[in-house]
Design a protein around this ligand. Structure first.
Ligand code: HEC
Length: 123
């Protein structure tokens, strides 16, 4: 069967394409410098990740020591998905954790967690 482009279809696919191009991209580019910078901002922001309240992180001021220092993340979490899961909901690995469940409590969305993962993967 041959597909003959119909004007309405062409218009619809042009709209779809425009929609896709206009929509913010959720895919995080691994190793992208600006993504790492954004992740760092989110992690250090006292109103967002606020990771420094409990974790020592290189480059961060006045860290707390309730949680382990975030170092050698690649070695400790070879699987990025596991690191994402830890930040999304730390209760999965420790039901009694005091680390906030950032995902379920809507403190950070998936995209923000991805950016933080890219940042702490550089530590
Ligand atoms: C209120 C304190 C608190 C905050 C805020 C917090 N954490 Fe944690 N985190 C902990 C504690 C405590 C642990 C140790 C494991 C446990 O008790 O669940 C932990 C464990 C972790 C681990 C696992 C470390 C390992 O080697 O097993 C990672 C990764 C982590 N946190 C990342 C983050 C990131 C990223 C943020 C910010 C978005 C953050 N944490 C915010 C308390 C916190």
């Amino acid at each position: 069967m041959r597909l003959v482009p119909k004007p309405a279809l062409v218009a619809a696919s042009a709209l779809t394409l425009f929609g896709l191009l206009a929509a913010p991209t959720t895919a995080v580019l691994a190793g992208d410098k600006s993504v790492v910078e954004e992740g760092k901002k989110l992690a250090f922001d006292r109103k967002k990740g606020n990771c420094l309240a409990c974790h020592a992180i290189e480059g961060g001021d006045l860290p707390g020591n309730i949680g382990p220092p975030l170092v050698a993340m690649k070695a400790r979490f070879p699987d990025k998905a596991k690191l994402h899961a830890q930040i999304y909901d730390a209760r999965k690995s420790n039901p009694h954790t005091i680390m906030p469940p950032f995902g379920p409590h809507k403190i950070l969305n998936d995209e923000e967690i991805d950016k933080i993962v890219e940042f702490i993967y550089t530590l």
